[in-house]
Design a protein around this ligand. Structure first.
Ligand code: ADE
Length: 224
């Protein structure tokens, strides 16, 4: 999978891809990430990429031309399955969408800043608009990193333990059960006995039960 990220602040985005699972996915060639500095596509000497909103009002608006030039250059090199704009008024990201995006080959992500982008970008160049939650970030970069992480870890072979993505919270529509590791007792706090019993069917039953209770308590909406 290849992901091209269009951003005003490439440096904001680098470190999530330089460690742990994302780094491994990139090093093994399962994911390829390229950053594109939008200022390089500016048409004026000041490298300006934003302007005042028509009709007045506070805040600056990202102009269509640099964004279009960047996207067209990329589209000249390969075919893209989705051009995603990160924005707080997009569709809220969930596991189902992450699963879907992880099956695609080439993606473009556009990170917004200031008041957002000229509406014509959204109308004519963008195929999906994604929010990572009902809160406002300073820009789309951190949201793009979150989206990339949620997608890349699902690419087959990226996670060491093949089954572990399947037991994530949300993957089967409910939250994950509690987990424990050694020591079996710490400061008098004990691990549930069933987990050290070696009785695998009972352990599975316990986990299903706990997952259900946890979901009932925290996210009853998921059970409807
Ligand atoms: N840009 C600013 N806030 C955002 C959010 N919550 N999700 C995606 N992109 C954003």
């Amino acid at each position: 999978m290849r992901i091209d990220i269009i951003t005003l602040f490439p440096e904001l985005l680098k470190s999530p891809f330089e460690a742990s699972i994302l780094k491994r996915a990139i090093d093994s060639g399962k994911a390829e990430i390229e950053f594109h500095d939008l200022r390089k596509y500016s048409t004026n000497k000041q490298k300006q990429v934003d302007d005042y909103p028509f009709g007045g009002g506070a805040g600056m608006v990202m102009q269509i031309e640099p964004i279009d030039r960047c996207i067209q250059e990329l589209k000249g090199q390969r075919t893209y399955d989705a051009v995603i704009y990160l924005t707080p008024d997009g569709l809220t990201l969930n596991q189902k969408q992450a699963n879907h995006f992880s099956t695609l080959e080439n993606l473009i992500l556009l990170c917004g800043h200031y008041k957002g982008v000229d509406q014509r970008v959204r109308d004519h160049l963008i195929t999906h608009e994604i929010s990572i939650g009902d809160f406002v970030l300073s820009g789309g970069e951190l949201a793009a990193a979150v989206l990339c992480d949620s997608i890349i870890r699902l690419i087959p072979g990226v996670l060491g333990d093949e089954s572990s993505a399947l037991t994530d919270s949300f993957q089967d529509g409910i939250l994950a059960p509690p987990i424990y590791t050694r020591p079996a007792e710490y400061k008098g706090w004990k691990v549930p006995e069933i987990l050290t019993s070696g009785n695998t069917p009972k352990v599975e039953e316990w986990r299903d039960q706990k997952a259900l209770e946890h979901t009932q308590k925290r996210r009853p909406d998921l059970l409807k």
